[in-house]
Design a protein around this ligand. Structure first.
Ligand SMILES: [Zn+2]
Length: 91
């Protein structure tokens, strides 16, 4: 593990296969990233395991209210990674 990076793993639930990492760049800029797998239950009733490997993301103003909450931060970042996800069952 890189120095200064904290790792959070989650209990049973939608984030159970996701790892949240946080770091503070230059002592002031908080960043976070998510990695792992996310289960998606699609409209066709199937379960998909989507590989998630988000970039280091700067926790800017939009994270202000959820910054202290690991679950919320992880969900937000996972959601960003799933943006544009298309259901393979639909093609
Ligand atoms: Zn599907």
């Amino acid at each position: 593990m890189t120095r200064g990076v904290t790792e959070t793993k989650f209990g049973a639930g939608s984030l159970e296969s996701i790892t949240l990492r946080r770091r503070v760049v230059k002592g002031v800029v908080p960043e976070a990233r998510v990695e792992g797998y996310f289960r998606i239950y699609c409209g066709a009733g199937n379960e998909h395991h989507q590989r998630i490997r988000g970039p280091w993301t700067r926790m800017d103003e939009s994270f202000k209210d959820i910054l202290a909450d690991d679950d919320e931060v992880a969900k937000e970042l996972v959601e960003a990674e799933l943006d544009g996800w298309t259901d393979p069952c639909a093609s």
